[in-house]
Design a binder for this molecule. Structure first.
Ligand code: ZN
Length: 354
């Protein structure tokens, strides 16, 4: 009997367990089903849009910088001019137009900071310009080179006198022999615009010899607009411009002087002080592009003259191209300068002895 009871209890327990297991199994299966359904109906999260956005607006990634150059205009140029003015490189009007004045200021900035002096504001120049490294414009103390007393137009090492913003005329310079050009030159060869224009005789002789040849080649209209200028006359021109900036533009004296420096050579730094430079013009027309300009560019070298401010040397001379300004240096210098394509600054750097 006892064994039968045990069997019945055992079977009952077994049955209960089987039933329980069955019920539980269905429940589990249903839960699995439900979960499965939910996973299918719950919308899949959007693709990682945020990650994509992060790549494109990563603040550490360099943003493309617009390059500013001659002809650029607008807000960026406005900012550039404002910055250059703060630092003392630019004194013209802040007008958002990238013209020659802006270019000169950029070149001056680049030269002072050891950058490629191309007058173009690319990433490199821009980075320095708006950094702590940007320095105020330095005004170099001009040097006054000694000259040979017998030949005041020549340095003691025999090279032509270099006169520019960094190299002023020698102290107490005395021209050797100034002649009045209107009296000295035949008006059939060259017209002298102002009756009081003077220049060094030696240079005037070379000019006449050169223009006589031009006449034989059919180029006959020539005028001299400027030649010798004393330092005191240059000082007058300079002061007049300073006054004008103060009166008409309302600039302070210091600002007016800085602004004037950009357009009028400072007394002592003009090549016209030598009496060896001429501004050649054609009455009534702009000189650039005339047959006279072309003839001079091709031929002046053979007569001892150089085109002092060439377009491909603007970054070295610091002066925008002046096809009308010729300077007498003598054929012993003008011909090698032509053949080696050297401006006066380069020629003296290469061959000068001090
Ligand atoms: Zn000139």
């Amino acid at each position: 009997m006892k064994q039968d009871i045990k069997r019945i209890v055992g079977l009952t327990v077994l049955v209960v367990l089987v039933i329980a297991a069955f019920v539980m199994g269905v429940r589990v299966a249903k839960l699995v089903d439900l979960t499965y359904v939910e996973m299918n109906t719950t919308p899949t999260p959007e693709p990682p849009v945020r990650n994509v956005m992060q790549v494109t607006i990563d603040p550490s990634a360099p943003t493309p910088q617009p390059v500013l150059r001659s002809g650029s205009q607008g807000e960026e140029v406005w900012q550039l001019q404002t910055r250059l003015r703060e630092l003392g490189y630019y004194n013209s009007s802040i007008d958002g137009q990238f013209g020659p004045g802006t270019k000169n200021a950029v070149i001056a900035f680049q030269r002072q900071h050891g950058l490629d002096a191309d007058g173009i504001v690319g990433e490199g120049t821009k980075a320095v310009l708006y950094s702590d490294q940007a320095q105020l414009k330095a005004t170099p103390a001009p040097t006054r080179e000694p000259v040979s007393p017998a030949m005041p137009w020549t340095r003691t090492d025999g090279l032509p006198l270099l006169v520019n913003r960094e190299n002023f005329m020698p102290e107490g310079y005395q021209p050797a022999e100034l002649v009045n050009m209107a009296d000295y030159c035949s008006s059939n060869i060259v017209k002298i615009k102002y009756s009081d224009t003077q220049a060094e005789r030696m240079a005037v002789d070379a000019l006449i010899a050169m223009l006589k040849v031009a006449h034989t080649q059919g180029i006959t209209v020539w005028q001299v607009s400027a030649a010798y200028r004393s330092e005191s006359y240059q000082q007058q021109l300079f002061d007049q411009q300073v006054d004008e900036y103060m009166d008409k533009n309302g600039l302070s004296y210091n600002d007016a002087v800085s602004a004037t420096r950009l357009t009028v050579m400072e007394p002592g730094s003009s090549e016209h002080h030598t009496g060896l430079a001429f501004d050649i013009t054609v009455p009534g027309v702009a000189f650039k592009g005339t047959e006279q300009a072309e003839w001079l560019a091709d031929n002046c070298w053979d007569y001892g003259f150089i085109i002092r401010y060439a377009s491909d040397k603007e970054d070295i001379t610091g002066i925008l191209a002046e096809p009308w300004h010729i300077r007498y240096v003598g054929t012993e210098h003008s011909i090698p300068m032509r053949d080696e394509n050297l401006c006066l600054e380069e020629y003296i750097a290469k061959y000068g002895s001090y």
